[in-house]
Design a protein around this ligand. Sequence first.
Ligand code: GLN
Length: 280
Amino acid sequence: MVKYGKFVALITVAVVAVAAFALVGCSQPAATTPAPTTTSTAAPAADLKLVTPGQLTAGSDTTFPPFESIVGGVAQGFDVDLLTAIAKEAGITKVVFSSEIFDSLIPTLKAGGKFDVIASGMTIKPERKLEIDFTDPYFDSNQSVAMKTGGTYTAPADLKGKKVGVQSGTTGASWAVENLKPAGATVIQFKDTASCFAALQAGNVDAVINDLPVTAEYVKDPSKGLIMAAQIPTGEQYGFGVSKDNPALLKALNDGLAKVRASGEYDTIYTKYFGTAPSK
Ligand code: GLN
């Protein structure tokens, strides 16, 4: 009996040893093999710092179709649909657009308390990146010259002695001041794009410098008597603007944008507003 008892004890030790070896053997590769690459999950919406909890509030110059405009009291456009799709990926089901003057967007975002994100066809520029963060680019754009039907433009000298309307604080305004002012044009600043085009129609300015896709939208209606006289390749990219104090929101929006691109929803929204899928 004593012998038998010892035998059982030995076997038990051996089994435990094998089991322990097996455990170590199993756990080691798991510890050294990198985790499978999955897209990182955004922080739950409840953890995001938002002006109104559970809701994404966007500051926007809503006179900028087809990116943002107010139709029947409701914000609509490419930026509205894209931001709504991105927010959904981040677990936020409500997106509200607050109409602002373009020039005021960055200072108001920095001051905090009014909106969480700038969604306003805003070009990512080094000077702006000193003030706020931008998401990854979501749209490629250029500048353009709009004139009354019959007008022509080939070079800045064509606007010598003429009045050129721009929207204050925009890349179009900077381009006009840098390129048309030295050529002898008078650059007149307006508060929004709609005012620029109204002035062009009224004959108060001879040309408008503005983002190409928006000018294309404004001149679409032939009854306005306006044309896009020239395209100006500036190679701009739009990004959504986020406060430097809110890196979690920036990450949630970037993760959401990547998912919306990967799922094909980006292409669907693009096609809705521009007729064809984006060129890659
Ligand atoms: N893309 C231009 C800019 O960022 C114009 C934007 C706008 O007028 N909404 O300056």
